[in-house]
Design a protein around this ligand. Structure first.
Ligand code: PMV
Length: 323
């Protein structure tokens, strides 16, 4: 019987964003999404079978708070109810991120946890099934299971599909962390608020569906300019929907805006790069791998920037050790 598993997964940043859920509890996205998984955003998770008692969760060397403990226990219960695993577990997860911003850590965290749990399962779990299970934990985690450039449709019970493997992608990203003012509203709650209270929600869902189709075509021919334009426009459309939510989900700070403007300026000067923003103030810049250093160097000189980190693409979630 397996007692201890070490798993690894990388976070991803969406080029076409998932923002909004279909009704139900399974994190079925209302919008289809496409992402790039990033090598610099790595999570390592150790899962050990416990003789009894409750599940234990330690993230970055600290026990989880009541809300996270419940959320993660509920997630393990999904596996237990489906008779994929039994018993209780001790889970120790570490984000080996060069920044503390918590960028997309739910994607890598839930992907590492899911693949780790699959090692304890008596049943063979396919990659599609694993991606669906990860999605129940966190929508974006479904995409980190496959890595590279991955798509997640908004069909019933979707799983992520690998579009381009990580070692065939000539692009990377520069993660620009800015100083943060206050705690943001998390994606789960934020999506719900936008669905209920943003006058632009339906328009956003329609826009994301169109962007998704266009992005699939652009990726098929690896047209960097098209991919970049859709990426930036899609993020801005999502934020327009967020900002219009009543009360507003305004995740940006003045530094966020300054970076958006700088990226536009660099493009006009011939340094082709495109910005995207998740549910927070940080900006992630998509660029060709040959331009990553230049983009990072320029980003470091901007006001209000706390840290800058270059990243190459990464592959899917993996089991590192099993004993
Ligand atoms: O899967 P979640 O709950 O972390 O939501 C992800 C939401 C965004 O990061 C804003 C967009 C995305 O597709 O990753």
């Amino acid at each position: 019987m397996i007692k201890r598993v070490v798993a690894r997964a990388y976070a991803n940043i969406a080029l076409v964003k998932y923002w909004g859920k279909q009704p139900g509890f399974q994190n079925v996205p209302a919008t289809p999404s496409i992402s790039l998984t990033l090598k610099a955003l790595r999570t390592e998770t150790i899962i050990e079978r416990k003789p009894g008692g409750d599940d234990i969760f330690i993230i970055n060397d600290k026990s989880t708070d009541r809300i996270s403990t419940k959320r993660l226990t509920d997630y393990l219960n999904v596996w237990r109810t489906n008779k994929l695993i039994d018993g209780k577990y001790s889970i120790k997860s570490t984000n080996r991120f060069p920044t503390k911003s918590g960028l997309a850590s739910s994607a890598s965290g839930l992907a590492a946890l899911s693949i780790g749990l699959s090692a304890f399962s008596r049943r063979k779990i396919s990659s599609a099934k694993l991606s669906k299970l990860a999605r129940i934990g966190s929508g974006s985690a479904a995409r980190s299971i496959v890595g590279g450039l991955a798509s997640l449709p908004n069909t019933a019970n979707p799983s992520a599909r690998l579009l381009i493997p990580f070692d065939e992608i000539p692009w990377g990203m520069v993660v620009v962390e800015v100083d943060k003012a206050e705690k943001e509203i998390g994606s789960r709650r934020g999506m719900e608020l936008s669905r209920k209270f943003s006058p632009y929600y339906d328009a956003w869902v329609g826009c994301a569906e169109r962007d998704y189709r266009r992005m699939l075509k652009a990726i098929q021919v690896m047209d960097f300019t098209r991919v970049g334009e859709i990426t930036e426009n899609n993020a801005l459309a999502m934020h327009a929907c967020m900002i219009a939510t009543r009360p507003s989900l305004l995740y940006w700070t003045s530094a966020t805006v300054a970076i958006l403007q700088a990226v536009k300026r660099w493009r006009n000067q011939g340094l082709e790069s495109y910005a995207t923003i998740d549910a927070g103030p940080h900006v992630v810049i998509l660029a060709r791998q040959v331009d990553l250093e230049k983009v990072a160097g320029r980003a470091r000189r901007l006001k209000g920037v706390k840290s800058v980190m270059k990243s190459m693409p990464a592959g899917g979630a993996k089991i590192i050790k099993c004993s």
